[in-house]
Write a protein that binds this ligand. Structure first.
Ligand code: 2RA
Length: 330
């Protein structure tokens, strides 16, 4: 069986990557259509599926598609999802528009593919959540995770192609002694670390930090799980790194945890400190698996605590890959 697939937001960083992942994973595409804003409509894009003329996303006829990947914005998704699903088209939405809606499944396929049920609309989690979720869920199943503390080191790709360009441009300007300037991020990102991603909430956390809390609980079906997070933007290109501390119900031994994680789908264990092997953005870039390493007994929670480091490609497992994996489950 083959499928008519549409990508809404095909010119953005995530949209472009979805095209590559569909091709790379031999997704059974009967016809691929690319959509973007009216500004890009009419332009031709080179793709592994041939040259494709971009169409105006606002005028898409969803009865001509089986699956549409939405990668434009939350507002656009809200306005267009119903139109697509009522025409019989599955929507896999990359925005946060429906993630917290109880009627819409929020899916990391390795964890909760069953949640899809007969829903035509499926939400893709925020990248920061998706990257931490797989190792965290395996540890939760084995040891019962009681508390989670996360600190992130997030790449500029999280702000799309514009974020990545800003890093390149600012770095060049800085090294050439020119005015650095910044538009996408609140401050210059080159040679900096900014503890501010998305808007500040009433509890003084950012929305990015709260997304990790809300989404992890929903994906794990653990509505009360205590989770806290600090999200920081750093000057890397496309991999989010996360330091994770857990307190567990059952005693946990780092060697057993390493053994467990070494065989988990979607995880690459990078754990050989004697040879300086651990997860890093430069090794996790363009990889499907999330690198996990630096696994050790946490000094605060003792034998009921573990500390580890993960690195996942924000555009892949954090967005395009997870979305295509959802489509594969459909
Ligand atoms: C970021 N997580 O890194 C966001 C993107 N969805 O900015």
């Amino acid at each position: 069986m083959t499928y008519k697939v549409g990508i809404m937001g095909a010119t953005g960083a995530v949209g472009r990557e979805i095209i590559e992942v569909l091709n790379d994973r031999n997704f059974p595409v009967e016809k691929l259509r690319l959509f973007a804003s009216v500004r890009s409509a009419g332009k031709v894009m080179e793709t592994p599926f041939g040259e494709i003329t971009i169409e105006n996303a606002d005028e898409a006829d969803y009865s001509e598609m089986d699956i549409a990947f939405f990668a434009i914005s939350g507002g656009w998704s809200k306005e267009n999802a119903e139109k697509a699903t009522s025409a019989g088209c599955y929507v896999i939405d990359n925005s946060s528009a429906f993630r917290y809606d109880d009627k819409v499944p929020l899916v990391v396929p390795e964890i909760n593919a069953d949640a899809i049920g007969d829903s035509k609309l499926i939400a893709n989690p925020n990248c920061t959540t998706a990257i931490a979720a797989i190792p965290l869920y395996e540890l939760h199943k084995a040891y019962g995770v009681k508390k989670v503390l996360i600190s992130t080191y997030q790449a500029t790709s999280g702000a799309g192609a514009a974020g990545m360009s800003e890093l390149t441009e600012e770095t060049r300007n800085y090294l050439e002694g020119k005015e650095v300037g910044n538009k996408v991020f609140a401050y210059p990102i080159a040679f900096n670390a900014i503890p501010h991603i998305d808007s500040f909430q009433e509890n003084d956390y950012t929305r990015e930090e709260m997304k990790v809390v809300w989404e992890t609980r929903k994906i794990f079906s653990e509505p009360e799980m205590p989770i806290s997070c600090t999200c920081v933007r750093i000057p890397t290109m496309r991999v989010h790194a996360e330091s994770i501390v857990i307190e567990t119900e059952k005693p946990v031994n780092p060697d057993d945890a390493k053994k467990l994680l070494s065989s988990v789908e979607g995880v690459e264990l990078k754990e050989d400190i004697a040879n300086n092997v651990y997860p890093m953005p430069i090794t996790a870039t363009k990889k499907y698996d999330v690198e996990v390493g630096r696994i050790r007994q946490n000094l605060v929670f003792g034998d009921h605590g573990l500390e580890f480091f993960v690195c996942g490609d924000q555009i892949l497992k954090g967005a395009a890959l997870n979305a295509v994996q959802i489509a594969e489950k459909l």
